[in-house]
Design a protein around this ligand. Structure first.
Ligand code: HEC
Ligand code: HEC
Length: 187
């Protein structure tokens, strides 16, 4: 009884080991270094020229805002950022148009309330605490381009993306309200 069962099992196992070694059953695909990765050049070649991306050149004030990628995503920068890219805690061109007290006068979108709030996790609970900083921008927000980025024109995606954002309210496609919704679902 014992031997009759073990034999076929052992034979089957040996077959798979042998088949594995010979590559039977697989179509033996392998990839060259040039076929791997997104840049399609030899992976060992460090001299890779960056593609000549053309960033949006429309000056601020003439651009059209871009729809949010998803609800409360940081909006993309729709305008030229030439000469604005030195951003330090003390030097910041972005705030010279986007601070709420200035924005309306230059037709720019005002920085939202979340940027003037200290948002910290409460210890021990799944919640955050808010401290309204008034007109004082939070120290965590001065480096705008950490979250907001300008766009390249007509760049074909290197990997197809089928993600489709769902917005609960139509106005969320073009506006933000994170400060009102941050604790949603955790209370
Ligand atoms: C000269 C004024 C000015 C400066 C400086 C400026 N912006 Fe803007 N920004 C605008 C205006 C005006 C708009 C509205 C669209 C347009 O006409 O360009 C805008 C739009 C935006 C938007 C889109 C807002 C939305 O609701 O979709 C973002 C994000 C943004 N700017 C970020 C920045 C960042 C980051 C900087 C600094 C690198 C910056 N801006 C510098 C005037 C300015
Ligand atoms: C840590 C990431 C982060 C940084 C840094 C940051 N932002 Fe934002 N920003 C966001 C996100 C996320 C939103 C959308 C959600 C929200 O906060 O309401 C947003 C929204 C905005 C909006 C749209 C407001 C609206 O009513 O739709 C503007 C304009 C903006 N930010 C400007 C700026 C500027 C200018 C700076 C730098 C001084 C900056 N942000 C720094 C993440 C950031």
């Amino acid at each position: 009884m014992k031997t009759t069962l073990i034999k076929p099992v052992l034979m089957g196992f040996l077959f798979f080991v042998l088949a594995g070694c010979l590559g039977v059953g697989s179509n033996n695909n392998s990839y060259t270094s040039e076929e791997l990765g997104l840049r399609k050049t030899d992976l060992l070649d460090d001299n890779v020229a960056l593609l000549g991306f053309a960033y949006v050149a429309t000056p601020a004030g003439e651009a059209e805002n871009i729809d949010r990628a998803f609800e409360n995503a940081p909006p993309l920068i729709p305008h030229d950022v030439e000469d604005m890219m030195e951003i330090t805690k003390d030097i910041n061109m972005c705030t010279s148009c986007h601070l709420p007290e200035i924005a309306e006068g230059v037709n720019a979108t005002a920085m939202p309330k979340s940027h003037f709030t200290s948002i910290l996790p409460k210890s021990g609970v799944n919640e955050v605490s808010y401290t309204d900083l008034g007109e004082q921008m939070s120290d965590t927000r001065y480096n705008c381009t950490q979250c907001h980025v300008p766009q390249v024109q007509g760049a074909a995606p290197m990997v197809a993306n089928t993600f489709k954002a769902e917005f609960r309210n139509a106005q969320d496609i073009s506006s933000s309200n994170l400060i009102d919704t941050l604790n949603e679902g955790v209370q």
